[in-house]
Design a protein around this ligand. Structure first.
Ligand code: FE
Ligand code: FE
Ligand code: ZN
Length: 276
């Protein structure tokens, strides 16, 4: 059975998120480790985390995929702001130790005019710093649509970060909307895209997927998520993705424009697509 889930609000705590996930048929989920558009983190609650770990085990959940704040830009222009982002990353990984063995994914960053190479250097330095503690979390770089000065819009850029950091605790999260908007043709050549991912990055480094349709056409470099089947990727593409032998066992997270009932419907739909 595959691992399907969606983004959930962390406001009620970790155990409540597991209960919500169970109630909508999910067996993984994503959540923001702090305010997604700010930097404030929730107060830590070890008893709640312990209860969540028990519930996750009881309900046979796959790995969770926590998401770093959008505002955390490890390669922004000002040194002071980079240091702050780097400290946020370090604190997020420390917090993830309360739910050990899960994923933490984030957007590599936007180099805001300094160039991709400088961006890759800053991101890699921050990751090395945060990973040196050896917290029980695997960090995943998200594939980006290549909007503006985003780093991570090509497999080569992600590979450069993986190489520079040189840690087994670092991998990639493939976002279907971002990759398609970024110019990798999941609709007509899923096999070719995955072969390229394997050749450049290695499929063994793929930790999780974000399943999103796209409001925009192929290679638009836009990044606007759409409901499954209502965008340019279409349902047959998702059916192929959830059944692909290299992908079917990975946690798959919906980030589609939905409230809980919509997520519940999409999770049920994905499960009917993947009958075994
Ligand atoms: Fe993301
Ligand atoms: Fe995503
Ligand atoms: Zn996106």
């Amino acid at each position: 059975m595959g691992y399907f889930g969606c983004h959930l609000s962390a406001a009620g705590g970790s155990a409540a998120m597991v209960e919500t996930a169970v109630s909508i048929g999910a067996n993984t989920f994503a959540f923001f480790t702090r305010n997604p558009r700010g930097s404030r983190a929730k107060k830590e609650d070890p008893a709640d985390a312990k209860r969540a770990v028990e519930l996750l085990r009881e309900h046979n959940f796959g790995p969770l995929v926590a998401h770093g704040a959008y505002t955390m830009n490890l390669c922004t222009a000002e040194a002071e702001d980079r240091a702050f982002a780097s400290a946020v990353l370090e604190d997020d990984l420390r917090r993830m130790a309360a739910l050990p063995g899960n994923f933490y994914n984030f957007h590599p960053g936007s180099h805001v005019g300094q160039g991709t190479e400088a961006g890759i250097e800053y991101i890699s330095a921050a990751l090395k710093n945060a990973l040196r503690h050896g917290y029980p979390v695997t960090v995943l770089l998200e594939t980006m649509a290549g909007k503006g000065s985003e780093v991570g819009g090509t497999f080569e850029e992600l590979k450069a970060i993986l190489d520079a950091v040189g840690s087994d605790s670092l991998g990639v999260c493939l976002d279907t909307c971002h990759v398609y908007d970024g110019g990798y043709d999941l609709v007509n050549d899923l096999g070719g895209v995955l072969a390229e991912f394997d050749r450049i990055i290695g499929l063994d480094r793929l930790g999780a997927l974000h399943l999103n349709d796209s409001k925009n056409p192929f290679a638009s470099h836009k990044d606007r998520h759409e409901l499954l089947g209502q965008g340019s990727l279409g349902l047959p593409t998702f059916e192929a993705i959830v059944n692909h032998p290299a992908l079917r066992d990975k946690p798959m997270i919906l980030e589609t424009p939905n409230e809980l009932p919509g997520y519940q419907r999409e999770i049920a739909l994905l499960r009917t697509m993947q009958p075994l």
